[in-house]
Structures are given as C-alpha cells and as structure tokens.
Design a binder for this molecule. Structure first.
Ligand SMILES: *Cc1c(COP(=O)(O)O)cnc(C)c1O
Length: 398
C-alpha cells in the first residue's frame, strides 16, 4: 500500500493552496471572525456534536443506507458498485446535513434571524425546514427567474413559514440571489446568521460546510467495511456543483492515495456551448467571497452557467475543489445534459431508484470510470438526491 498523503487544508486564513480566503466588505470581517471562533468551539465540543448527531438520526434519518447496485454493476462491467443513499435524507437530498449543523450554530451564537440564497430552491427548502423545526425567522433570496421556474419549491418554503424574496437584479438567478443575501448580511450583521448552501463563500464556510457533510464519507467507510471487509473502495464518484456532496464523501478518504476520487461537473449543451463545467473550463477569479475557479469572459465578467440540473447550474465552485484539481488528487470530468438524462434512465431501470438530475451526472460518468478501476474493484457513487423534483424536466425531454 502506498504511503498516505499529507493534506491539511485549509490553513488558518482559510486558504486551500492559493484558493479560498475571505474577500468581503470590511463590516463582515468581525462577523466572520466570530463565526470562525464559534464553529471551532462547537466542533470541538461533545455537547454540540451529540446534538447534531441526534438530529441527524431522529430528524434527517441517518445513517443513510449503502446500497449494493448489482444490476447497474452488471451493465457497466467487472466492478462492484455501491450507492450512498443521500436521496433517503429528509427533504430528499444531502443538503440538510449542512443546514442542521449551521442552524445549531446560529442558535448557539444567539442569532434570531436566518437568511439563505437559493437557486432551484433545494437549499432554500432545506433551510426553511430547519428554521421551522427551531422556530426561527427565515428569509430566502431567490432570483425572480428561478421563482418562476421552481414555483413548487417557492410554495414549499412558504408553507414552511419562510419569506421568499424575489431578486430582480442581473440575470435574476442564483448568483444574483447570493449577492442580495450578502447585502442583507452586511445591513443586519448583529442578529442575522447566513446559512450558505455549499462549500463556497468566504472562510470559514468551505471548511464548516465540509465538516457538516463528512458524515457521508464516515458512514460509507464503516458500511463498506461491514459489507466487503474493506473500508476503502477503489474509487469514489460524486457530482460537483458547489462541491458539497462530493467533498463530504471524499474527505474522509483523502489521505488514502489508493482510493481514486472522481468529481463530475455539468457539461450542459457541450463544453463548446453553454455549460457549468467550472473546473474543466473556468479560470481563477473571485466570486462570493472566495478565490476559486470561475466561468468568466475575457473581461473577467462572470458568465452565466447552464445545466439541465438546477443544482449544478452555478458559475463558481468551492475553493477546495480548485486546489484538489491543481494537486491532481481528484480527477474532474464533465457530463452533458443528454448523457445525464441517460443516467436517470439507467439507474431507474436497473436499480429502481430515480436519481436527481444532479446525481445522474455521476451515474452517467461511470461508464468512463469503470475502465480506470482494477477488475472486480469497488466503486461508491454518491446518490446525492432523489429525482421527484425533476420529473417535469425529465418528461419534457423524453
Ligand atoms: C444542490 C445539489 C447538488 C449540488 O450541490 P453540491 O454542493 O455540489 O453537492 C447535487 N445534488 C443534489 C441532489 C442537489 O440538490
């Protein structure tokens, strides 16, 4: 077995190699410092961790299953595929692992007002859910364009007691909703906690959100050991939007070089057309408080992303993924809208599991990944969410 690799990012300034950091208006610097301290204390405290794990068990439904996918494996070749079933979490995806952690921290810090940004509404719903559970005021910023496209999630958030504020600036999508949430935080720093939905944003968000999702990889280790006698698979595969479900699965294995890691972005209409393949085609730049890869035009202006899956439709990516790409620790590739639709059908008809369109990118990438794994090798795919929310899109394209 090869020696383990030293990997200790981020540093004390929140840098993952050259990436990350905190590029924010000055008024937020003390807020981020307070958040850093509160998170470090909470994460070192057994009381906080017990509370967090109790909610994951009794409210989210953890541990999620690790499902052996024999019929899918048979179609793909001489491999054994397992699915980590984040689709079975309450609200239908992994996102709630993070919103549970952040709302506990908000309460610990005495904050009374929760704000969040949302694109398709999945993070907005996961935030509105935990805000309802704890009886806190919740405001979700959402692009007016996205509110039209995702009317069902708007209705869900409202039913859960959240106020959804329409953002009419710029492209009226996620990027603009995030700008508006940051603006709100700047105006109300004392009572407000900003729950960010992925491993993006200024330090300490990328490391904090990673910590709240690592339960995915930790459970996978013990479940795989129980199922196969070996805690390490040959490969892990996950889709990458901001990168939170991927880092949650990867991180507990990152020091073990025999575990190959594969991140799958959205190639949309193709890498020469409209896409959301930030790591494959972006260049370093600052967005939403951190330096990372970014889709930008020749003037450095942020380009609109496109993907059939709303959760991958973001022009940025978490700074840790930028660093893991440069280190070549994770291999990133991209899957088109059409291939993703094939991934939905493949998992549905081989395993009886309808995946989210985001997840379907990871499924569709498997046919390229199996050739890079030893014969009979074990692959774990993160089944980040269920496909119910995407049925209209799927129907329109079949
Ligand atoms: C939001 C979402 C994603 C993408 O977000 P990451 O931060 O990259 O994990 C992937 N899958 C599902 C089901 C989602 O809802």
């Amino acid at each position: 077995m090869s020696a383990s690799v030293e990997y200790s990012a981020p540093d004390s300034a929140g840098r993952f190699g050259p990436y990350g950091g905190a590029f924010v208006p000055e008024i937020l610097i003390p807020e981020l410092q307070a958040l850093r301290t509160a998170f470090a204390e909470a994460w070192a405290s057994n009381t906080f961790k017990d509370r967090y794990h109790a909610l994951l068990q009794t409210y989210v439904g953890r541990p999620t299953a690790l499902t052996r996918a024999d019929r899918l494996s048979e179609v793909l070749g001489d491999v054994q595929i397992f699915l980590k079933r984040e689709d079975l979490c309450h609200t239908g995806a992994h996102k709630i692992n993070n919103t549970i952690g952040q709302i506990l921290l908000a309460r610990q810090m005495g904050k009374t007002r929760i704000i969040a940004e949302t694109g398709a509404g999945q993070h907005g719903v996961a935030t509105a859910t935990v805000a309802a559970r704890f009886g806190l005021e919740c405001i979700v910023y959402m692009g007016a364009e996205d509110m039209q496209r995702q009317a069902l999630n708007v209705a869900r958030m409202e039913l859960l007691g959240a106020e959804v504020r329409a953002v009419t600036s710029g492209s009226q999508t996620l990027k603009d909703a995030t700008n508006e949430a940051i603006r709100d935080w700047v105006s109300n720093p004392n009572d407000t906690f900003y729950i960010i939905g992925s491993v993006v944003g200024p330090h300490p968000y990328p490391v904090m959100v990673r910590s709240f999702h690592c339960v995915i990889g930790e459970e996978t280790k013990s479940q795989l050991e129980a199922a196969t006698g070996r805690a390490n698979p040959d490969a892990l595969v996950a889709c990458v939007g901001g990168g939170s479900n991927a880092i949650g699965l990867f991180y507990p294995f990152i020091q073990d070089p025999e575990v190959q890691l594969f991140g799958v972005e959205a190639a949309g209409e193709g890498l020469n057309g409209r896409h959301a393949a930030t790591l494959s085609r972006g260049k370093p730049g600052v967005l939403h408080g951190a330096l990372s890869y970014l889709l930008q035009d020749t003037q450095g202006q942020v380009k609109l992303a496109h993907s059939i899956s709303a959760g991958l439709d973001y022009p940025g990516v978490g700074p840790e993924h930028a660093w893991l790409k440069d280190l070549e620790r994770v291999c990133y590739s991209a899957i088109t809208d059409t291939e993703a639709l094939y991934g939905v059908r493949l998992l549905s008809c081989t395993e009886g599991i309808i995946p989210a369109l985001e997840t379907a990118h990871a499924i569709a990438a498997l046919k390229h990944i199996v050739d890079r794994v030893r014969p009979g090798g074990t692959i774990v795919v993160n089944c980040s969410g269920r496909g119910d929310k995407d049925m209209q899109t799927i129907m329109a394209r079949s």
